[in-house]
Design a protein around this ligand. Structure first.
Ligand code: PLP
Length: 788
């Protein structure tokens, strides 16, 4: 094996990092020094590494501003259809490097900082992750923003500017401990507050029905203060906007009387209103049903719709020439995409605006609403489905409850006419679940109120069609396999692929197909993989160290007891395995603490084997699976989520597929799953379970893991033991192949070559054409003169 390229060599070889022209470098240095002086108010004697990071961030940001303003002017002039991606999560990670890459400034900045005696990578490491998401759903939203800008779509991301993002995970004595993610503490150089565009959001109150319409009175107002973040496209000078709302109490908040005590208390109580944007709920795929969360959902929806409608009204097209806004044109100019049901309130809120404020007739408003909105379903797990208690709704959003009831009444009237006497069907299709506590089924609301519903992988869509959607007989149902492999940050095979097939594949991942030609030239792939591993300081790897590592990572929602116990079990197994003299250096178990975007970018390229082992039918898509695939890991996985399509694209022989298919799982459900049967039949499984139950991994607390064992033996919804035997056999195949690097690497090449489908540009193009009625322009707008 030849010596891996050094970091420095590698960088110089990557032309896509942009040219480090002398002029560029000189100007960057000047601007860097100017920002250090005027923006950071420091000189080089007292500046800290963080000050230097901020100076660099501001220097790079300057290159965005002209492009940002121009893009928005361009949209105003051309007035294209706009797409609004509303999401409770945008898991952005860091911004600096992505911006430099998209603006082709990376080499020039590297050179400029080098000449200033600084190390750019050290400065980049000072940036806090914007962790405004839990996992796949939020990371996807971030990738979509990137792709929409790269494809030249007039797109906006709308969400909440959480003051605290996903918690920082610490492992203390083997247990997960959560720390607040105070990511804004040192300021955020990428955002711009826009207090001039603040909007009121109304909560509580009561409705009054007058002859000329419905009035909502005695509400509590919270202001939504927008913060804009630029979203640059890849080398096309387009910069779109992500607008995140922050909650602000109005000046007269809680003003009751004029005595001093009342005044002080009123000021203190402003926190209550401002708590709305305080913290991201750390529940992935889990519905908790808290009032504060419902407030967050309505808060983002109400502020965003005010923005959308204002922009529509003042658009050239909208109606400035016409006396009254013609809302029948709204679906031609606006597409609203709901990222799961979290922003589902957009549907009744749009109805409220059109009917109560704009005085449209219900039927007309409903037609506009349905043609404007579209909904993406992200999961079929019942515990994730949002079902808000009617009581809570009635209190917090009384007018919206009336509207939801009216939507439901009309919806059920149509069904009843179509299927006379079929009461069972009416119950199954109702937006309101009766029996016990009355609840609003938000997925049903989205299905009824949208013109398009989509699932996120072929198998997930098939399951949806056979279950929820079969009931609704929804005509416009599409299937868009998700993808996000494209994001530049995850493209660490860049260097090699570029040398082989040119850099165009960055815009068009399908071009990776041509790598198949090099399937017998695997030596360089091996070298490159080593370079990636050694670039992963968080794993403490070096090239002389070839220990097989098991590196699990996970974050458990703070209230999710079983998940926390599983983390404790993993760390306990690590303690035993890592100190076992017989195992020695042949295996290590290292729990990767505080998994987040930045860590994923380092860890994923270092991996050889990607474990995607959900019980078939439970994982909607997965996106981590695609990232590993593109970065040169092989997959051991079940036929679930996007694994199915990965196998299709790379060839099933090039993945390690095992376990039950969805049909097998259904059949097992019919027959009845009995964990003890597997436990009694498989001695290895029995031994492992007995060791966990008997305190082998927790000698000081022998009973520590009894509850996990009890769960697995008696109420395991995921029926894990049913896949155990096949999984172990499959791992033996993995081991055998790993001993043959040539054959292993061939499979890796076929996997990378098959990644085209998993480009988020491909995904967004499909959304644009099939759902939004838009066509990617792929246009470049002229670069502004960046001289500042
Ligand atoms: C991609 C990604 C996820 C989602 O991973 P899945 O395997 O699809 O669940 C979660 N967190 C981070 C930081 C990611 O980058």
């Amino acid at each position: 094996m030849s010596k891996p390229l050094s970091d420095h060599d590698r960088k110089k070889q990557i032309s896509v990092r942009g040219l480090a022209g002398v002029e560029n470098v000189t100007e960057l240095k000047q601007n860097f020094n100017r920002h250090l002086h005027f923006t950071l108010v420091k000189d080089r004697n007292v500046a800290t590494r963080r000050d230097y990071y901020f100076a660099l961030a501001h220097t790079v940001r300057d290159h965005l501003i002209g492009r940002w303003i121009r893009t928005q002017q361009h949209y105003y002039e051309k007035d294209p259809k706009r797409v609004y991606y509303i999401s409770l999560e945008f898991y952005m990670g860091r911004t600096l490097q992505n911006t430099m890459v998209n603006l082709a400034l990376e080499n020039a900045c590297d050179e400029a900082t080098y000449q200033l005696g600084l190390d750019m990578e050290e400065l980049q490491d000072m940036e806090e992750d914007a962790g405004l998401g839990n996992g796949g759903l939020g990371r996807l939203a971030a990738c979509f923003l990137d792709s929409m800008a790269s494809l030249g779509l007039a797109a906006y991301g709308y969400g909440i500017r959480y003051e605290f993002g996903i918690f920082n995970q610490k492992i203390v004595n083997g247990w997960q401990v959560e720390e607040a993610d105070d990511w804004l503490r040192f300021g955020n150089p990428w955002e711009k507050a826009r207090p001039e565009y603040m909007r009121p959001v109304h909560f509580y109150g009561r409705t009054e029905h007058h002859p000329d319409g419905v009035k909502l009175v005695d509400t509590q107002v919270v202001l939504a203060l927008p913060y804009d973040t630029p979203i640059p496209g890849y080398r096309n000078n387009i910069v779109n906007t992500m607008r995140l709302w922050s909650a602000k109490a109005p000046c007269d908040f809680n003003l009751k009387d004029f005595n001093v005590g009342g005044y002080i208390q009123a000021v203190l109580d402003r926190n209550l209103a401002e708590n709305i944007s305080r913290v991201l709920y750390p529940n992935d795929n889990f519905f908790e049903g808290k009032e504060l969360r419902l407030k967050q959902e309505y808060f983002v929806v109400s502020a965003t719709l005010q923005d959308i409608i204002r922009r529509f009204k003042v658009s050239k097209f909208g109606s400035r020439e016409i006396a009254r806004t013609d809302f029948s044109k709204l679906p031609d100019k606006v597409a609203i995409q709901l990222n799961d049901t979290h922003p589902a309130m957009a549907i009744p809120e749009l109805m409220r605006v059109l009917v109560d404020e704009e005085k449209l007739e219900w039927e007309k408003a409903w037609d506009i609403c349905v043609r404007t909105c579209a909904y993406t379903n992200h999961t079929v797990l019942p515990e994730a489905l949002e079902r808000w208690p009617v009581d809570l709704f009635a209190h917090l959003l009384p007018r919206h409850l009336e509207i939801v009831y009216e939507i439901n009444r009309r919806h059920l009237e149509v069904i009843a006419a179509k299927y006379p006497g079929d009461n069972g069907r009416l119950c199954r299709m109702s937006l309101i679940e009766e029996g016990g506590q009355k609840r609003i089924n938000m997925a049903h609301l989205c299905i009824v109120g949208s013109h398009a519903v989509n699932g996120v992988a072929q198998i997930h869509s098939d399951i949806l069609k056979a279950t929820v959607l079969a009931v609704f007989q929804k005509t416009h149902f599409t299937q868009i396999t998700l993808a996000e492999a494209e994001n530049a940050c995850y493209l660490l095979f860049l260097n090699l692929c570029e040398q082989r097939i040119g850099e165009d594949f960055i815009r068009d991942l399908d071009q990776l197909q041509s790598l198949r030609k090099y399937v017998n030239d695997e030596e360089r792939f091996v070298d490159n993989k080593w370079a990636l591993k050694t670039n992963s300081p968080s794993l403490r790897l070096n090239s002389s160290n070839s220990i097989p590592l098991t590196v699990p990572f996970m974050q458990a929602a703070p209230g999710y007891h079983t998940a926390k116990m599983i983390i404790r079990l993993i760390t306990a197994i690590g303690e035993v395995v890592n100190n076992d003299p017989v195992i020695g250096d042949r295996l290590k178990v290292i729990f990767l603490e505080n998994y987040r975007v930045t860590l994923a970018e380092r860890a994923i390229p270092a991996a050889d084997l990607s474990e995607q082992i959900s019980t078939a039918g439970t994982e909607a898509s997965g996106t981590g699976n695609m990232k590993f695939m593109l970065n040169g890991a092989l997959t051991i996985g079940t036929m679930d989520g996007a694994n199915v399509e990965m196998a299709e694209e790379a060839g099933e022989d090039n993945l390690f597929i095992f376990g039950m298919r969805v049909d097998d799982v259904d059949a097992l459900d019919m027959k009845g799953y009995h964990a003890e049967a597997y436990y009694n039949r498989l001695p290895e499984l029995k031994q492992a379970i007995d060791q966990i139950a008997g305190g082998f991994f927790s000698p000081k607390q022998p009973d520590l893991f009894k509850e996990i064992v009890n769960m697995m033996m008696h109420h395991d919804r995921f029926k894990v033991f049913a896949d155990y035997e096949d999984y172990m056999k499959c791992q033996e195949k993995v081991n055998a192949l790993y001993k043959n690097p040539k054959e292993w690497t061939k499979k890796v090449i076929y996997n990378i070559a098959g990644c085209g489908k998993f480009s988020s540009d491909r995904t967004i193009t499909q959304y644009a054409r099939e759902i939004w009625g838009m066509e990617p322009t792929l246009e470049k707008i002229p670069a502004p003169d960046d001289k500042i």
